[in-house]
Design a protein around this ligand. Structure first.
Ligand code: TRP
Ligand code: ZN
Length: 833
């Protein structure tokens, strides 16, 4: 295996050199691109040895102050001795963008050149100090064939462009804002362009440009609206204005992640730009707005103030996810928005923390940085910022943000610097709160009620179990938001391992709605009665509490079923659903969540050991109970909402259709055929697949025919192929379909990633056998994308003995001399001990 050495946060050292300016020239050719990099260097101490990172580069020449030097290589770095305090270094390298299937550095996507430099991709473009605390002013000259690549883009402002001999042309860009190299970007291609403009609060006009594949300009309109809304929102909410003359977004289909915040030139996965009613679901529209906002917000939280080192990634990502979540609740917010955020934490993040990849939101050790773009750093990081926001209040949080920018604009800083700004602006002590940055794992919050002589109170205690990376844990300060049904709301600040709170006098013991709005990323242990849970499910004013109460009931029920026993929770759950389905409709988004039977993945989070067959059977049984007992009322509600042209109604219709797929077989078929938009069509198709209806083959075939020209839509088809029962025996055929492409991570993630993450057939002998062939092939093409798919397999110790053996053999078999550093790090952790 190509193991990378582990780096530690504790070993941070300032760079030996600073680079104040970098002049780049790209002579673009499909397979032989030449990069000339001229750096203005100054010593940052006394060490005369300049050590530059570089990977997959062909070195052409090195000149120091105009004189050729012969550098040496040490541990993969280029080492140059620099005698003077400052110098000019010129390095020429050659690279092959067409052969680059890893999609890091400079590569070609659908006939266009583009770059991806975060986290450590710039070292695949030239030898450089590839670390975020080296900030330079970039000037970039791009040269390419004019007919094939009429548009030449890079960061900042366009300063010059013109014709060259041999049908070539050039453009020179200058970015006045010093930036780390991970924010560098270059794009060259032939795109359709959607333009607009935005006038900032201080009256500057900004040109807005979105570049998309030919023929798809109108599908960028929604993204453009979201961009303008984001720019206005950041001014209104945080007083933050855009700082260049133009803001560009390019949509590409070959991309490892969602999108990238390169200064002034964001590059997006096309699926987070392109949308119209016929091809995108309501959820797709919301995701696009959230990601557009996220990347735009990085201009301040990430770019103007950046990270000192990659251990601080949550400094920009946790904060920016929190900001995009705030934005989303203003933009298209519904009661389901927060519920879905909590679901990400409770299904994905809690699992990550319970497995071999457990790490604090600020990791202490990293080998391959790509592996740390995790739900922990991003989403748990956002929960930590949310707790700060709640603790300090809106005005206090804003004061902290203002101070953070005042102190650190133009700098590369740490998470401590951020929390210190929050503390100083509010004159509070946040030293204990910083524990959230150091400690991994999920606190278990145990709630005990005290009810004596008409006095009601709560005894709260917290305990974080040890994780794979960290044995010792301590208590963390956390807000516990509650409602006493009929008596109002409160937030209890738990500071210690255990604390008692008196909540007043009552005639009857009140019903407690715990953890309103998912106020802290914890697991709740609370022996509340089944009747109280049913009451919460129907009546709590907080949407998260209602969905969580339903889950807690189902958890009890499924636990009993797994032991071969019955449980009264079944009747209570059905009765509450009946109540919800027959009452006047007040919140369709929320009901859409309540009418979903939890996924097998969500159920896995309820138990330490995974009885996969038991959970699959339990889920089927829940679905059939609902159908048998509630068909009439659910069908009435379905009839009531199915033709309403409104987002919430569509969400509820899709949930009901999924629940009732089997008895409504013809209804599913009609719904699909008569769909007025993709939300309806995809919802009906998904219902057919979920119910494994006889007509699902025909519908999938029809869908592929209608949308074969649209890769983003075909990803929905690939996902359903990955999810459906009988997926494994059809894989060969699906992979031969023109919609599939081994080299495109959107395609492989949709089919193979979905299969691994959601399909129980993955956990069969044949499934493991198939993966032992597919994963090495994928890893050789694109290590980063492959490593992002295997997460569920790393949980192998939680499965039954037979699956444990199968998974262990699979993971061991993946460790070969050819395994990438990305996958190798994960396998090493999973198999350790
Ligand atoms: N910084 C990007 C974001 O907004 C994440 C990202 C995009 C990324 N592409 C990447 C991270 C490639 C690592 C590698 O969240
Ligand atoms: Zn981000």
């Amino acid at each position: 295996m190509a193991n990378k050495p582990v780096k530690r946060l504790a070993d941070y050292k300032a760079p030996a050199f600073l680079i104040s300016a970098l002049d780049l020239t790209f002579e673009l050719h499909d397979t032989q691109t030449r990069v000339t990099a001229v750096s203005t260097l100054t010593k940052n101490g006394t060490d005369p040895l300049l050590r530059l990172d570089g990977e997959q580069l062909e070195l052409v020449s090195v000149e120091l102050d105009g004189k050729a030097v012969t550098p040496r290589f040490e541990e993969g770095q280029l080492v140059i001795e620099v005698a003077k305090d400052s110098a000019t270094l010129k390095i020429v390298t050659q690279i092959d963008p067409t052969a680059n299937t890893a999609l890091e550095g400079l590569y070609r996507s659908g006939g266009a050149f583009c770059t991806q430099c975060e986290a450590e991709g710039f070292r695949r473009i030239t030898y450089f100090l590839d670390r975020p605390d080296v900030l330079a002013v970039y000037t970039t000259k791009v040269i390419a064939d004019k007919a094939q690549y009429p548009q030449l883009l890079s960061n900042g402002n366009l300063v010059e462009s013109g014709e060259l001999e041999g049908g070539r042309h050039f453009a020179t860009w200058h970015d006045p804002h010093p930036k780390p190299c991970y924010l560098f970007a270059l794009v060259a291609g032939d795109f359709d362009l959607l333009e607009d403009s935005f006038t900032t609060a201080s009256g500057r006009d900004v040109l807005l440009q979105i570049f998309v594949d030919k023929g798809r300009r109108v599908q960028a309109r929604h993204a453009m609206e979201a961009l303008k809304f984001s720019m206005k929102w950041d001014e209104d909410t945080y007083g933050l204005e855009y700082d260049l003359d133009r803001f560009m977004i390019v949509a590409v289909d070959f991309f490892n992640m969602g999108a990238m915040e390169n200064k002034g030139l964001n590059i997006f996965n096309a699926k987070y730009v392109l949308a119209d009613d016929d091809t995108a679901t309501d959820q797709d529209f919301d995701n696009i707005a959230a990601i557009i906002a996220h990347e735009y917000f990085h201009n301040w939280t990430g770019n103007r103030v950046t990270c000192r080192d990659w251990f601080q990634l949550s400094l920009k990502e946790g904060l920016t996810v929190f900001r995009d979540q705030q934005f989303s609740s203003d933009w298209a917010g519904s009661s389901a928005t927060r519920i879905k955020e909590a679901q990400v934490i409770r299904t994905l993040q809690f699992a990550e923390d319970a497995g071999p990849m457990s790490h604090p939101i600020r990791p202490l050790e990293v080998a391959e940085m790509n592996n740390f773009y995790t739900v922990t750093v991003y989403n748990k990081g956002a929960e930590v910022i949310r707790m700060l926001n709640g603790l300090l209040g809106k005005a206090g949080f804003r004061a902290g943000m203002d101070l953070y920018f005042k102190r650190h604009d133009g700098q590369a800083v740490t998470c401590d610097d951020f929390v210190d700004a929050m503390a100083d602006a509010n004159d509070v002590d946040l030293s204990r709160f910083k524990g959230w940055y150091r400690q991994s794992g999920t606190p278990v919050l145990t709630v005990r009620e005290i009810w004596e002589n008409g006095h009601y109170g709560l005894k709260l205690s917290q305990l974080t179990p040890p994780t794979s990376d960290q044995a010792e844990k301590g208590p963390l300060p956390l807000p516990f938001a509650i409602e006493l049904l009929g008596h109002g709301k409160d937030v209890l600040q738990l500071q210690d391992a255990e604390q008692t709170f008196a909540l007043g006098q009552f005639d009857e013991k009140p019903i407690l709605a715990p953890l309103c709005g998912f106020s802290a990323p914890v697991k709740l242990v609370f022996e509340q009665s089944d009747d109280e849970l049913a009451a919460l499910m129907e009546k709590a004013s907080d949407g998260f509490v209602r969905v969580d109460a339903a889950e807690r009931l189902l958890q009890r029920l499924v636990a009993a079923w797994l032991q071969g026993q019955e449980h009264p929770a079944l009747e209570l759950w059905l009765r509450s659903l009946h109540g919800i389905a027959t009452r006047p409709l007040t919140d369709a988004f929320l009901d859409a969540e309540l009418f979903k039977v939890p996924s097998v993945n969500a159920m896995q989070g309820w138990f330490e050991q995974i009885d996969l067959d038991g959970l699959v059977a339990a889920r089927q049984r829940l679905r059939s109970q609902v159908r048998e007992r509630l068909f009439a009322v659910l069908h009435d509600r379905y009839q009531m909402v199915k033709d309403v042209k409104e987002k919430g109604a569509r969400a509820l219709t899709n949930s009901l259709l999924t629940l009732l797929a089997e008895p409504l077989e013809q209804g599913v078929f009609d719904r699909y055929q008569q769909a007025r938009n993709m939300t309806e069509r995809q919802g009906a198709l998904a219902a057919a697949v979920a119910g494994d209806l006889a007509n699902s083959d025909a519908l999938l075939a029809d869908f592929a025919e209608r949308f074969e020209d649209n890769p983003q839509v075909m990803d929905k088809w690939l996902m359903l192929q990955g999810q459906r029962s009988g997926a494994l025996k059809r894989m060969g055929k699906v992979m031969e379909h023109s919609a599939f492409n081994w080299n495109n991570p959107n395609r492989t993630r949709a089919l193979i990633g979905t299969f691994i993450a959601t399909n129980p057939e993955c956990h069969t002998e044949a499934g493991y056998q198939w993966l032992s062939e597919v994963l090495p092939k994928l890893d050789a093409i694109n290590p980063q994308a492959t490593a992002r798919m295997v997460g569920p397999l790393l949980q192998w110790r939680r499965f039954d003995q037979k699956r444990r053996q199968g998974l262990e053999a699979l993971l061991k078999g993946l460790q070969t001399p050819h395994t990438s550093a990305d996958l190798g790090e994960l396998l090493g952790k999973a198999l350790k001990g």
